[in-house]
Ligand binder design. Structure first.
Ligand code: AMP
Length: 419
């Protein structure tokens, strides 16, 4: 696996990446960071949740820091990021602030729906990076508050959503005010013809990078999340496994030690085994063979160890802990519902895992139904989730198993050409 150390990032940035808790680069980061560092234009096809923000923020921070302006007076804008929404603009600005501040870089964000007075003030103070929604940026440009003549790099993020919002003409007008000699990065979850044509007209010799849309294999899998206090997770797991519908279950933990502990706990009641990187090849093979045969009903695994598991009729995937990166969630639940069978994926979520859950839902563009009835419900979590939790672009699904079954049935009919 590629490491951040292999990507030609400087020591200070590597330290900031470690502080952010990123263990290794995501696929889009591994592909895009070296290209952006080399100054190439990049056309990236990647969804939210794949780590695409850091894929452009990290190399741009490094390039900005390498040629920091030492002139006195207000600093010129050198990087411009255009975003379709205020929420995304804020997230991007936060990423630039957290990785760029140690290098003395200033970031400011401008977007509609709020007073422009503080935004004008911030622009006058000067910033290296401006993150903007196109409408508000054009207003501020007309008011003479923005000078883009020193911009060296432009990012168009979630370009397909800018298309949906009718921003493309505005984007073209803004770019006509930025020097032609610049680096242009364009990211989009989908690549319709209009985006390709925009890319062709604003980029030069762009390198294309793509990460497979990971949010698809979940269609046949019925997913539920169960809010529970951390200390009740083991008891809840035993309760779930007591259901005779659980024919063969794969339980995921985040760490190797966690896998051992959970397997040991379960072994008190039945045969369960753990597989992870600290066990010998022979031990792993034995555990896997016994799981395939059906002599072990429950296998506890870490993400890495699970990659080699190719077992068709896993009825349940249980996320004892949510994974740190969202793509792993999709890979995990894809272990069930294989080969036209439907499957069930249950996630135990404690208070500390709420942000992860939110990111996963954002990646999949759908909310995961909450199972509200189980013996260890953590009431605060459920109520809070219901109130605050409507991921962007998500279709709210009911927790009703009936409806989920209908969807599974429908997916199967579609697959067999009968829908
Ligand atoms: P994005 O696709 O940019 O919206 O990022 C999704 C989430 O993944 C954000 O909360 C990031 O902080 C997080 N993230 C980005 N890169 C990594 C990484 N290499 N390892 C772990 N998490 C990451």
């Amino acid at each position: 696996m590629l490491r951040f150390d292999d990507l030609q990032l400087g020591a200070a940035l590597l330290a900031a990446i470690r502080d952010a808790g990123y263990a290794s680069p995501t696929a889009i980061q591994a592909k895009a960071i070296p290209l952006i560092l080399s100054g190439r234009d990049v056309l990236g096809c990647a969804q939210t949740g794949t780590g695409k923000t850091a894929a452009f923020v990290l190399p741009l921070v490094q390039r900005l820091a390498a040629s920091a302006s030492r002139r006195s007076g207000a600093r010129p804008l050198r990087t411009l990021v255009l975003s379709p929404t205020r929420e995304l603009a804020t997230q991007i600005a936060e990423a630039f602030a957290s990785f760029g501040t140690p290098f003395g870089l200033e970031t400011t964000a401008v977007y509609g729906g709020v007073s422009d007075v503080p935004q004008r003030r911030a622009l006058r103070r000067g910033a290296d990076v401006l993150v903007a929604t196109p409408g508000r940026l054009e207003d501020l440009m007309s008011a003479g508050e923005v000078d883009l003549r020193r911009v060296e790099a432009v990012v168009l993020d979630e370009a397909d959503r800018m298309l949906d919002a009718g921003f493309v003409a505005s984007v073209r007008r803004i770019l006509s005010r930025v020097p032609a000699q610049r680096q242009t990065l364009l990211f989009s979850a989908t690549m319709p013809a209009e985006i390709r044509s925009l890319a062709r007209s604003v980029q030069r010799d762009a390198a294309e990078v793509e990460v497979a849309p990971v949010a698809t294999p979940a269609e046949k899998v019925e997913q539920e999340v169960l809010f529970v206090a951390r200390g009740d997770k083991r008891a809840l797991l035993s309760h779930l496994l007591a259901d005779p519908a659980v024919k063969r279950a794969l339980v995921f933990t985040r760490t190797k030690r966690g896998a051992d502990r959970v397997a040991k706990h379960l072994c008190a009641g039945e045969r369960a085994e753990a597989i992870h990187g600290n066990r010998s090849q022979a031990q792993r093979e034995r555990a896997l063979a016994s799981f395939k045969r059906g002599s072990t009903r429950v296998l506890v695994a870490t993400d890495l160890a699970a990659r080699g598991i190719d077992v068709d009729d896993i009825s349940h995937v249980i996320n004892y802990e949510l994974p740190d990166d969202c793509e792993s969630y999709v890979h995990r639940i894809g272990r069930t519902g294989r080969a036209a069978a439907s499957g069930i994926a249950l996630s135990l979520c404690d208070a500390g895992e709420r942000d992860q859950l939110r990111r996963i839902e954002r990646l999949m563009r759908r909310a995961i139904p909450v199972r509200r009835e189980h013996p260890f419900v953590s009431a605060a979590g459920t109520a809070d989730h219901a109130r605050t939790h409507a991921p962007r672009g998500a279709t709210r699904t009911q927790a009703s198993t009936g409806r989920a079954r209908e969807r599974v049935g429908h997916a199967r009919r579609v697959q067999q050409g009968r829908a």
